[in-house]
Design a protein around this ligand. Structure first.
Ligand SMILES: [Zn+2]
Length: 341
């Protein structure tokens, strides 16, 4: 049975979120604006991203370590594995102080979402998400990496002051069998007339064997390519960003429903991507946590600036995505009876 995504009365929640949010935020004197952080030497938002926390989260999501309640997540493709995954992500988010809103779109198909409301009421949202399911393997790179990055972003942003735009953090279900969860969420947001000004998805962001830190920016709509480059510069991240036209992952679902979207990925087009893709060997020990942390710093800084209303550059001419190199993912062919090396 299909249960509607309970966004209830938006205005009521905006106000409630505002009141409780303010009380929490007053306890934490961190997250200065980028200008303050440059001038005063205080810790900037991207520096609050913790490699240790990402590693600890990733260990549980890949079955390398047990959940706090003692259970193990051996894979995230079966109904059982995805239930465990949702339980762990839910517990983690509750530990950060979030109220989890499951989006149950069909039998055994449930996205996890949380909302972080702005300090002042607004209808505008941005969405940051990653798919949490795998092809019945540990899925360390695909896509524990993105899921752990978004969890860490949610943790850091909870403490950020001066937010003017609401944020939805989302963990999509059933990406590997056809972007099922992200399509369902995109349709739901559209149906509810939610003003979501941009959508950012992460898929496979934990591999960098040549250690050049290159991050591929997939199909950046609107001025998002320029925005990412602006943030990269103003936050002093100095990460090499490359624009591509790759799809076959969750940002496609949101774009098709009319949202401005973008995806982040390791060098899928550039060729420095995990050799363990959709194999049983896609395990925790293969991950490059320095790289994953850098990607997390980038998405955290972008989310922070967007939520604080930092404007992006005006773009007069937009270059079509197909002018940039892209590479198909051969998805949705290897789920049933996962082909093993
Ligand atoms: Zn994936």
């Amino acid at each position: 049975m299909r249960r509607p995504f309970l966004l209830a009365s938006l205005a009521a929640i905006v106000l409630a979120g505002c009141a409780t949010g303010a009380a929490l935020l007053n306890q934490q004197p961190l997250a200065q604006s980028r200008f303050q952080s440059q001038n005063s030497g205080t810790v900037s938002v991207s520096q609050q991203v913790s490699v240790d926390r990402i590693q600890a989260t990733a260990a549980v999501l890949t079955g390398q370590a047990k959940m706090p309640d003692g259970r193990l997540i051996p894979e995230r493709g079966t109904v059982e594995g995805r239930n465990l995954t949702r339980a762990f992500i839910t517990q983690t988010l509750e530990g950060f102080g979030y109220k989890v809103e499951p989006h149950n779109y069909r039998n055994n198909g449930t996205n996890i979402t949380v909302r972080l409301m702005a300090d002042q009421p607004t209808n505008e949202y941005i969405l940051v998400g990653a798919h949490m399911d795998s092809v019945r393997n540990a899925g360390a790179d695909d896509n524990n990496s993105g899921s752990s990055a978004v969890l860490e972003t949610a943790r850091v942003l909870k403490q950020l002051q001066g937010r003017k735009v609401n944020i939805i953090f989302a963990w999509f279900d059933e990406e590997e069998i056809g972007l099922i969860g992200s399509y369902a969420l995109a349709r739901e947001l559209k149906k509810q007339n939610m003003l979501v000004s941009s959508v950012h998805t992460l898929d496979m962001v934990g591999w960098d064997s040549d250690r050049d830190n290159v991050i591929e920016v997939e199909q950046p709509d609107g001025n998002l390519w320029e925005y990412y480059n602006q943030v990269n510069q103003t936050h002093g991240l100095k990460l090499p960003l490359k624009r591509t036209s790759s799809g076959d992952t969750d940002h496609v679902a949101f774009r098709e429903e009319g949202f401005v979207a973008v995806g982040l990925c390791e060098e899928w087009v550039g060729g420095d991507t995990t050799p363990h893709y959709h194999r049983r060997s896609d395990a925790f020990t293969t991950l490059n946590f320095d790289y994953l942390t850098n990607v997390t710093r980038l998405i955290t800084a972008v989310t922070a600036d967007l939520s604080r209303g930092v404007k992006g550059p005006l773009v007069s001419t937009r270059i079509p995505h197909n002018r940039f190199p892209g590479k198909q993912r051969h998805r949705h062919t290897s789920y049933e009876g996962l082909p093993l090396p």
